[in-house]
Design a binder for this molecule. Structure first.
Ligand code: BMA
Length: 313
């Protein structure tokens, strides 16, 4: 009998990080940004505190599979004026975007005013400086491309909308603070696994054929929503051009810690690490409770986007 092998191979020792690995009291470990820095994998993960608000912790690894958590959190709500008011309810879902020799950290800032995206920067993960709040309320999941285009930074983002289903937009900036020239480039597809909403996932990375973006898509069922991962390929010269979007999801909740947990039926990625051997390590939060990893062959993901493509808009 012919069997269909999954495009992402789950690591057999998943989950790779749980609340039991954290030396301070937390309820979850999930939705982590990750990057390889000086031959070390640095993971910046989200945890719910026992009051339900989130902070960001740090874990390090030499192989990308086995991580050790730092004794203190990496990022907690700011007390600086300008940021404090907008981070009061917690910081969530941080992405690490390597750009021009530094790391741009984008994360959700929650407050009584809604959710915005804050931007911080670091070169070494020791000194971290906040730059600006770069969105108004009700906009999330910002990932910044590793290169500039005609001198401007480019980001993918996801405004909230009651009128049109939650879609992926692109915006540009000359200075990381002021963003605009925004337009929608990818929408959920009706009667499809991502029909309810889509949003940016891991920061896009370069392949020979385009920027590969791993995003999340949501489907509403009679017993709640299902979060899955998909893949899209953007033109290397102009990231607003989508060369292909995989018609099939690349990962869905299947393991027990993805199917049940704090929020059931969720795989949610904020980071992926392309390796020199042509593979990519994809990291995801399982059920908003634990961290997991799997590997895929980059060419397979690119092939899926280009050969089994669905319309982007
Ligand atoms: C989204 C975000 C993610 C979360 C997901 C599933 O709206 O809040 O942080 O993983 O829902 O709960």
């Amino acid at each position: 009998m012919k069997t269909h092998s999954p495009i992402i191979t789950r690591y057999r020792r998943n989950p790779i990080l749980t609340k039991r690995d954290v030396p301070y009291p937390v309820a979850t470990v999930h939705n982590a940004g990750i990057v390889k820095h000086d031959d070390r994998y640095i993971m910046l993960f989200r945890s719910h505190l026992l009051n339900g608000r989130s902070i960001i912790g740090r874990a390090d690894s030499t192989d990308g599979l086995s991580f050790t958590v730092h004794p203190e959190p990496f990022l907690i709500p700011s007390t600086d004026s300008g940021f404090a008011e907008y981070e009061a309810f917690g910081v969530e879902d941080l992405r690490i975007c390597p750009v021009d020799g530094e790391y741009l950290l984008t994360f959700s800032a929650y407050s009584r005013h809604g959710v915005r995206i804050a931007l911080a920067r670091t070169r070494d993960f020791e000194k971290v400086g906040r730059v600006a709040l770069i969105t108004q309320a009700d906009l999330r999941n910002v990932v910044i491309f590793p290169e500039k285009f005609a001198g401007r930074y480019a980001r993918l983002d996801r405004p909230h909308s009651e009128i049109s289903p939650w879609s992926i937009w692109i915006s540009y900036s000359p200075d990381l603070v002021h963003w605009g020239d925004s337009r929608v480039i990818m929408k959920p597809l009706p009667y499809h696994w991502d029909e309810m909403k889509i949003g940016p996932g891991a920061p896009p990375f370069k392949t020979g054929k385009g920027w590969l973006h791993i995003y999340h898509g949501v489907f509403k069922t009679m017993s709640g929503t299902v979060y899955r991962l998909g893949a899209a390929l953007h033109s290397l010269d102009d990231p607003s051009i989508i060369l292909g979007v995989s018609d099939e999801w690349i990962l869905q909740p299947e393991d027990p810690w993805e199917v049940s947990g704090y929020v059931p039926n969720v795989v949610f990625s904020c980071g992926a690490v392309p390796e020199e051997d042509g593979s990519v390590k994809i990291y995801w939060g399982g059920a908003d409770t634990v961290m997991c990893v799997g590997t895929a062959v980059i060419d397979d993901l690119v092939g899926l986007c280009l050969t089994a493509s669905r319309p982007a808009l």
